[in-house]
Design a protein around this ligand. Structure first.
Ligand code: SAH
Length: 474
């Protein structure tokens, strides 16, 4: 398989590491995880893919118009709103590539026009596809700016003839001028509104707006690691926080006493409850709420847990969530993360709350991209080893723990995200501006008239973003 892709040259930002040998990509990710998590405990060698291609079960494309006025389907060129037509993406499942072509052909036959953001005209904006590895079926979601979609029956007939694996077509209404692909209202045009997939022997229904891991092969390995780490015996009270459609909790349910899952997204929470019924998991309950609010209430009511799984989005968890989790005194926490930087920030606090990272396992869920997934097992230290645990939780100085991102972490973040190098001096200037304690008098000149370089606005904005990211400011 060649490491070149014509679309990368044309501005597709989907595979920033394409061109680097896969083994090297894995080494790079391993180093990154070790750098961030190594100080908390041992990091196992990363689990890579045997064949790191066509792994994605989800595809998103945007409708556009080529210079000759013809409808195209592709991706926005990096940093622009110009659509580059893409055919045959090498990360997506081959069946999705085929359906994508069929969607374009059927849309053209119906003379549909692409939505134009500036003029506010056009019928179709984006298309989202989901593929089931188990059944081979594909769910098509068409995103439109208005409820009108003339010729949709004709579209469906043509699409099904070209791509018989399509099992459902949903229309999603997104009238807003945002970068979010999906809006909140949906209508089923034909077939079934969800695809069915199997993971770790459990069946899941996934609707268009629910979160579902995009790499099913590696996800199974990830969940196997997480479940193994939890070492369930059949009796435990388990929490699955940020549970999505309930995947981790339902894989745990047959090995646990009871499972409670919490998820913010209403569709995902509904899918989770349906999935519990589908798998006959009578010991699992799912709640739709902010995970922090829900867990804080549980802790305040004196509820206890034996094992807490948490799998938050990239921004990581919150200090309040972590505090509530520790107050429920689980003997183990299994923290699954798609961003080791925020995970490291959260581990810092969990360490202060009396938990120790026993081991971390990096898993490559996203070959050819910079992302890496990690599972961390944390266990509760006994009072002898960790005196603080018996203090009242309110007495712990959480503000100190929250503002723990070091200058090096801020520098690394700004460099990685914005490609900008910033000095400690600049960071301290911005921290001071944001009302944060600086500790060292970096930015105070010793002499009255000495010239101190001032942080330029572009770097200031990047540092402010980093401070927000590390939850040092809001
Ligand atoms: N554990 C699931 C989902 C992980 S992705 C899986 O493996 O598939 C993170 C999930 O957290 C998403 O489903 C997202 O909707 C949810 N989420 C984001 N913010 C949340 C919050 N504040 N409270 C609860 N869930 C949240």
């Amino acid at each position: 398989m060649t490491d070149r892709c014509e679309y990368k040259q044309k501005g597709c930002g989907g595979c920033p590491l394409l061109g680097k040998a896969y083994a090297e990509q894995l080494t790079q990710k391993q180093r990154r995880v070790e750098k961030l998590l190594g100080k908390f405990g041992p990091v196992e060698p990363i689990l890579g893919m045997e064949t790191p291609w066509h792994y994605r079960n989800k595809a998103i494309a945007t409708f556009g118009t080529d210079p000759r006025g013809r409808l195209i389907l592709g991706i926005y060129a990096r940093g622009t709103h110009r659509v580059v037509p893409v055919q045959g993406c090498r990360l997506q499942n081959e069946s999705l590539n085929q359906v994508m072509e069929a969607v374009l052909a059927a849309a053209k036959a119906c003379r549909w026009t692409a939505y134009d953001e500036d003029k506010g005209t056009g019928l179709v904006r984006h298309v989202l596809l989901r593929h089931s590895r188990t059944t081979g079926q594909v769910l098509v979601t068409l995103v439109t700016p208005t409820p009108q979609l003339p010729g949709s029956r004709n579209f469906i007939t043509r699409l099904r003839a070209l791509a018989p694996q399509v099992s459902g077509v949903v229309q999603n209404l997104n009238p807003r001028r945002t970068s979010a692909v999906l809006g909140t209202q949906e209508k089923l045009l034909w077939g079934r509104p969800a695809v069915k997939d199997t993971l770790c022997g459990q069946e899941f229904l996934i609707s268009s707006r629910s979160f579902y891991q995009v790499n099913p092969v590696q996800t199974e390995r990830l969940y196997a690691l997480a479940l193994n780490a939890a070492a369930l015996t059949g009796k435990e009270r388990v929490v699955d926080a940020y549970c999505g459609i309930g995947t981790i909790g339902l894989c745990a349910a047959p090995h646990a006493g009871q499972v409670a899952g919490v998820e913010l997204n209403p569709e995902a929470a509904r899918d989770a409850a349906a999935n519990a019924r589908r798998n006959g998991a009578a010991n699992a309950r799912f709640y739709q709420e902010d995970a922090t609010q829900w867990l804080t209430r549980q802790a305040a009511e004196g509820q206890k847990a034996d094992v807490i799984f948490l799998d938050p989005p990239r921004a990581g968890s919150t200090p309040e969530f972590l505090r509530a989790a520790a107050a429920m005194r689980p003997s183990r926490m299994v923290y699954v993360s798609c961003d080791p930087a925020t995970q490291a920030r959260d581990l810092e606090l969990l360490t202060r709350l009396g938990y120790r990272m026993e081991r971390a396992w990096p898993v490559d869920l996203f070959p050819h991209t910079e992302h890496v997934e990690t599972v961390c097992l944390l266990s509760k230290l006994h009072a002898k080893q960790h005196i603080e645990i018996d203090l009242s939780m309110d007495e712990l100085d959480l503000t100190a723990a929250e503002s723990k991102a070091t200058y090096d972490e801020i520098k690394a973040y700004v460099l990685e995200k914005y490609g900008l190098k910033v000095s400690s001096l600049y960071i301290s200037q911005v921290k001071r501006k944001c009302g944060l304690d600086v500790g060292q008098n970096y930015n105070l000149s010793k002499k009255e008239d000495a010239k101190v370089p001032q942080c330029p606005p572009e770097k200031e904005a990047a540092i402010v973003e980093a401070l927000k990211y590390f939850k040092m400011i809001v």
